[in-house]
Ligand binder design. Structure first.
Ligand SMILES: [Cu+2]
Length: 303
């Protein structure tokens, strides 16, 4: 963090853990200091005008008004600073984010799929090939509809809720959704993008600090939205290889990718996302399991 990070901390921005995040923090910080200066400046000017043009001093209105050009200069300076901020900093920063992706072979590739109310992560496994996905094959045990006959999908890694990535390596995400619009947001990594059904949204980040970071859904996507959280664990390269090995072995022992892998500590139970949250209206779908009527626990935050 830079020395001016007071406002970001005050606003509750979590500490940055990504390579590009420092630039975003700097621009947020600068914009807030600038807005603060404008607020104080215009407030003082307002008070000055109230006193200077009080009725007792000017019983009769002067229809020519102020002849000095100071206010014009002030207004022009503000517009100029804002234009420089936007055109000089914000737009180039954004363009760099969305146009300059790291090379695929140097990056970790992940498909992230949102659904009410969890995140599923799909990685290509040791062969580097993503298995074909077919919406017609989606079941509870195959949440992404990976084609079991596609050899590219045999070793694919599918995890629910918890993604591991190595530190200091770019992560390229292809984001989509199975039902409504969600928003894949990792506040510590300073990235967020909408997950839109029927469209694939690319996004990327490069974690620079190992640790465990929260993934949240940034769009109000339904009654269980509050519980639509996930975890990104940034590992050291050796820990990451270990995790990858374990997951690949697990995937290799099963024909279809495991669907209900729960992060450690999560209570056993139905797949989160298939359980309506408390207070949810009764499902109209007659195929919904009728025996699930008794009160269910809320979807786990980790799910
Ligand atoms: Cu959501």
């Amino acid at each position: 963090m830079n020395s001016l990070a007071l406002i970001n901390e005050f606003l509750g921005l979590p500490p940055n853990a990504s390579e590009h995040g420092y630039q975003i923090d700097a621009i947020i910080e600068f914009a807030h200091w600038f807005m603060g200066a404008l607020f104080v400046g215009w407030s003082l000017f307002f008070v000055f005008v109230l006193v200077r043009f009080h009725k007792s001093r000017h019983p009769k209105a002067d229809h020519h008004g102020v002849r000095s050009a100071i206010s014009t200069h002030l207004e022009f300076s503000c517009v100029l600073i804002e234009a420089v901020l936007l055109i000089g900093f914000a737009i180039p920063l954004w363009a760099k984010r969305v146009n300059e992706f790291p090379a695929g072979q140097d990056a970790i590739l992940v498909h992230v799929v949102g659904q009410q109310f969890n995140w599923t992560f799909h990685m290509p496994g040791p062969d580097g090939q993503f298995g074909k996905r077919n919406i017609g094959l989606v079941t509870n045990s195959n949440p992404l509809g990976i084609d079991p006959n596609d050899p590219g999908g045999k070793d694919d890694i599918v995890v629910l809720g918890e993604l591991h990535v190595p530190v200091d390596k770019p992560v390229i995400i292809e984001l989509s959704s199975k039902d409504v619009i969600h928003n894949f947001d990792i506040p510590h990594m300073r990235i967020a993008a909408d997950a839109i059904p029927g469209s694939l949204t690319p996004m990327w980040f490069k974690p620079v600090k190992a640790g465990t970071y929260e993934v949240v859904c940034g769009q109000l996507c339904g009654l269980g939205h509050y519980g639509m959280k996930g975890t990104v664990v940034v590992d050291s390269p050796t820990d990451y290889q270990q995790w990858l090995k374990e997951r690949a072995e697990l995937a290799g022992t099963q024909n279809a990718p495991p669907a209900t892998q729960q992060p450690p500590g999560a209570p056993a139970g139905p797949t989160p996302g298939t359980v309506p949250p408390p207070g949810a209206p009764k499902q109209e779908n007659p195929a919904a399991k009728p025996e699930q009527k008794p009160a269910q626990p809320a979807p786990t935050p980790s799910g």
